[in-house]
Design a protein around this ligand. Structure first.
Ligand SMILES: Cc1ncc(COP(=O)(O)O)c(C=O)c1O
Length: 403
């Protein structure tokens, strides 16, 4: 019998697959074939979750804390989040302003579902984290890509924003420190964006998942600037335990903001996944209320690795790498090598270049074209220093072989 043709919903073809996950899969496949792969594509800390957090997760299971929780998250966790927001960010919130999700990714998805509709436009800064335009598209709205300034930590190009504003602009997504660039915006830029948002009545979605990984100077939350400068813009802050506490697999993130929006997000989440996992939530309380030294230890190591990687990349002829102020990525420019030939084949873009480096020296990187940044390649610092030295040498060797 011939099977019926499967007709998928149109949104499946509208949405792009996560190509950063594809690179990680490729690296795993090569390793399983016994190839010595250097993986610079990793989007999560290479450290294990601190022991006291793991112990809290184990205890939650032993205590039978293995059931559904309240949809927006356990009240104890939402209280711990409010205390964290007060202590670290100087922000007053109550638990009804907080939604705990299965990772921040779900909070970001929820907020787009709750706020945007067909016909709406949402500003997204390029280079962008791959999921931002897709969250907007999944809400049937249109992502409008805005340029940034590569020599100024990839902060907003306000001339370009002015060109992209329309009567249907409804929101803007900002991510500082940024994935993929590691750029940290100046407070002045954030304030300018908030002022525009207030003037045009946009919601600002501020993804601050790398807030604790800032290397040069202090981090100030977008909402704190909004309140201190009495701007009065509408801000939804999305945060994660994933990067701060090396807890990517526990899937705990959250959003903080106006309780009407949080309630709408919670309604959508309630029908999608009920609640975040109970064991992760208990572990999250231990993370937020316990010893913060492991966070600082990780930050120091990431800073040392960043410095090493930037230096080694800049030592390669024709490569320029700005010093990223945060997160754990470097985002060098390889324009010099585009148009060169590998075994007679012209490398026309960063996809070709990353693929060539992979096939030639088994080094996995992430092409900048996928983040809307032609000529750039993303390198993750979530690997030890010896591997960084070995891997960047291999990249230099690969580039040396080009005609
Ligand atoms: C910019 C950015 N936002 C959000 C996330 C998602 O974090 P979570 O693990 O909490 O879903 C990531 C993960 O890579 C990220 O890079």
């Amino acid at each position: 019998m011939t099977p019926n043709t499967i007709s998928l919903a149109s949104r499946v073809s509208r949405v792009k697959p996560s190509f950063t996950l594809e690179m990680a899969t490729k690296a795993a496949e090569m390793r399983s074939e016994g190839i010595d792969v250097v993986n610079f594509s990793v989007g999560e800390p290479d450290f294990n979750t601190p022991q006291h957090i793991i112990d809290a997760g184990k205890k939650a299971m032993d205590d039978g804390f293995t059931k559904y929780t309240a949809g927006p998250g356990m009240i104890e966790l939402r209280q711990a989040i409010c205390e964290k927001l007060k202590r670290e960010n100087g922000l007053d919130y109550t638990p009804s302003d907080i939604l705990v999700s299965n990772g921040e990714k779900q909070s970001l998805y929820n907020v787009c579902q709750a706020l945007f509709d067909k016909g709406d436009e949402v500003l997204v800064f390029s280079p962008y984290w791959v999921s931002f335009p897709e969250f907007v598209r999944l809400a049937d709205a249109e992502p409008i890509i805005v340029k940034t300034l590569a020599d100024q930590q990839f902060e907003a190009d306000f001339d370009d924003i002015e060109k992209k504003i329309s009567s249907t602009t409804k929101g803007v997504i900002v991510n500082s420190p940024s994935n993929p660039t590691g750029g940290v915006w100046s407070n002045d830029s954030i304030i300018r964006l908030l002022q525009l948002a207030k003037k045009h009545d946009w919601t600002v979605i501020s993804d601050e998942c790398y807030e604790r990984l800032v290397f040069d100077g202090e981090f100030t939350s977008t909402e704190k600037l909004n309140r201190d400068h009495k701007i009065g813009a509408r801000v939804i802050t999305c945060l994660s335990l994933s990067k701060t506490y090396a807890m990517t697999g526990w899937r705990i993130g959250y959003a903080a903001g106006d309780s009407t929006i949080i309630k709408a997000m919670s309604k959508i989440q309630g029908q999608a996944t009920s609640c975040a996992n109970s064991i992760g939530q208990k572990a999250g309380i231990a993370a937020l209320t316990g010893d913060q030294q492991p966070v600082e230890d990780m930050r120091i190591q990431f800073k040392e690795r960043r410095d090493l990687m930037v230096e080694l990349l800049n030592d390669i002829e024709g490569v320029t790498c700005a010093v990223p102020g945060g997160a754990f990525y470097t985002f060098p420019n390889f324009d010099h090598y585009l148009g060169k030939k590998a075994n007679g084949k012209v490398l026309k873009d960063s996809f070709d270049l990353s693929e060539y480096i992979l096939n030639s020296e088994a080094v996995v990187t992430v092409p900048g074209d996928g983040f809307g940044a032609p000529g750039h390649v993303r390198f993750s610092c979530a690997t030890d220093k010896d591997t960084i030295v070995r891997g960047i040498k291999k990249v230099a060797d690969a580039l040396n072989k080009l005609d």
